[in-house]
Design a protein around this ligand. Structure first.
Ligand SMILES: [Cu+2]
Length: 269
């Protein structure tokens, strides 16, 4: 396994360095669709800063300019100061332009350009208080049957091993391995409450809703060891709902599969 970074954001309050993917500002981006999202986040934040500073200065100006003074009477009908109106219209036009020309194309191309399942690694991710269950279909590429009644301490996804498609299925807890430079489709489920599947370095965040299947896709262009976080306050141990997200070389990913298959065949003997 290639480990280029630590997944523990122990230095989350320090500036981001080459060794640590987290820290101040945006985390490291290793996602093929991440650049557009980062550009959107950056533009929106600089725009909000400009608004905050601009309106703040105008507020201070008004406090001084229109302060109570002896001999001055307020006249609300006297509309002689046109600049705020023009600014407000300008801001509104700019906001519409961001939405139409920047946000919608970035989000639309990411959400609409779903890869074909034949060319992608497909996994199921089932959230629960407070862990991430990752289900791989195995060599046959088919997910085995799962049944809520089969869920117990060791079979956390309720996989029915008697089902032919389930024989080679693999599942892990708090451990998502993917190969680098390969598109991944993840089906997101929840067993109990609403969680949110969050891969900061992939710019992926998707709610896991009980009774619903949500679908996301992503592709990593760099190997390393990162974290899965839960981005929805889901209970008293929400803070420790953290998993490892490992982007492997193709060889390391095969080695992971072989190791899991070995453990599976030993367990079934
Ligand atoms: Cu959660």
């Amino acid at each position: 396994m290639t480990e280029t970074t630590s997944w523990m954001p122990a230095d989350a309050f320090a500036p981001r360095t080459a060794e640590s993917p987290y820290g101040w500002g945006l985390p490291l981006n290793i996602s093929t669709h991440g650049a557009g999202i980062d550009q959107l986040i950056n533009i929106l934040h600089w725009f909000c800063l400009a608004l905050f500073v601009g309106w703040g200065l105008y507020f201070l100006y008004c406090l001084v300019r229109f302060r109570a003074r002896p001999g001055h009477q307020p006249n609300p009908m006297l509309n002689h100061f046109k600049l705020p109106t023009f600014l407000e219209v300008g801001v509104a036009i700019f906001e519409v332009a961001i939405l139409v020309f920047l946000a919608a194309p970035v989000w639309g191309s990411y959400k609409n350009d779903f890869p074909d399942e034949k060319d992608a690694l497909v996994v199921r991710i089932t959230a629960e208080q407070f862990a991430w269950n990752v289900h791989y279909p195995g060599r046959d590429g088919k997910f085995g049957k799962t049944d809520i009644n089969l869920i117990d301490g060791t079979n956390t996804i309720g996989l029915d091993r008697n089902d032919a498609d389930a024989k080679d299925d693999i599942f892990t807890i708090n451990n998502l391995h993917i190969p680098v430079n390969k598109k991944v489709i993840a089906y997101i489920h929840s067993k109990d409450v609403i969680h949110s599947f969050f891969l900061p370095v992939m710019r992926v965040k998707q709610d896991a809703v009980p009774g619903m299947t949500n679908k996301v896709w992503f592709e990593a262009n760099q190997t390393g060891s990162f974290e899965i976080a839960c981005a929805q306050l889901c209970g008293n141990s929400h803070f420790r709902m953290r998993g490892q997200f490992l982007v492997d070389t193709p060889e390391a990913y095969q080695a992971f599969l072989v190791e899991e298959e070995k453990a599976l065949s030993e367990a079934s003997q």
